[in-house]
Design a protein around this ligand. Structure first.
Ligand SMILES: [Zn+2]
Ligand SMILES: [Zn+2]
Length: 239
């Protein structure tokens, strides 16, 4: 161990970043208890949007929302349900810039990608973009960090400029259902040179109503992307 690492451990003994339990193994950001308490998302899940379908046993089943209006992406998957420790971990990364939790999220997302997405077909990773002004104000784009880490882990290029927000949108967290869709409709544009003819993995931190993923996938498809898959760290059980 390097001297500065020993000193850091003396000053700040390694502890779980969620519950502060001391950790014997300082390479993990969360203790075993908090890891266990992160709720997993499915299966069984909707074959399209990845929403948990309690009582379903058919891997090809679509939820009612996807049957009524098929999404512009092929599949959305997430390792965790956005609740309890998993929601806390995502928020710690997003709002408190806990890099080690970010790396943990990337590990989980990569495992979910290997388990449930046709990785051989996927050419590149595309983050859901922040508005350029928001990125400048925050100085940190958590989704771009996740997408970059995931791209490295999957050995694919990351295309952070393939999509951009072409208008300012209200934060989705305070909106519901139809208002979310209206809020992001037409908010994104894709660069045809970057996406035409390619099969893309769109990355976001949390999938809630799916409205943002839908608007991004529509923009990518309009610009000539062949297929779009979606991967988030967590998803809510709403649809
Ligand atoms: Zn803990
Ligand atoms: Zn669905």
């Amino acid at each position: 161990m390097y001297p500065h690492a020993i000193l850091t451990n003396l000053l700040y003994p390694p502890a779980c970043l969620l519950c502060r339990t001391p950790l014997p193994d300082s390479t993990r950001p969360l203790c075993g208890g908090c890891e266990q308490a992160c709720p997993r998302n499915g299966p069984p899940v909707c074959a399209a949007c990845g929403k948990e379908l309690p009582g379903a046993f058919d891997a090809l089943l679509w939820c009612r929302a996807c049957r009524n209006s098929p999404p512009a992406y092929e599949m959305a998957r997430a390792p965790w349900r956005y609740a309890g420790c998993a929601a806390e971990a995502v928020q710690q990364f997003k709002y408190h810039h806990r890099w080690r939790i970010g790396r943990r999220l990337v590990e989980e997302m990569a495992a979910a990608a290997h388990a449930s997405l046709p990785l051989d077909d996927i050419d590149a990773v595309v983050p859901v973009p922040l508005h350029w002004l928001k990125r400048r104000l925050r100085g940190f784009d958590p989704v771009e960090q996740l997408a970059g880490g995931l791209a490295r882990s999957l050995c694919r290029p990351c295309l952070p400029r393939a999509l951009r927000r072409i208008r300012w949108t209200a934060t989705q967290t305070r909106l519901q259902g139809r208002a979310r869709r209206r809020n992001v409709r037409g908010a994104f544009a894709a660069n045809p040179q970057a996406v035409r003819g390619r099969c893309l993995l769109l990355v976001d931190d949390v999938l809630t109503s799916g409205a943002t993923a839908q608007a991004c996938a529509e923009a990518l498809r309009r610009a000539g992307a062949l297929r779009v898959f979606v991967l988030t760290a967590a998803r809510t059980s709403l649809s």
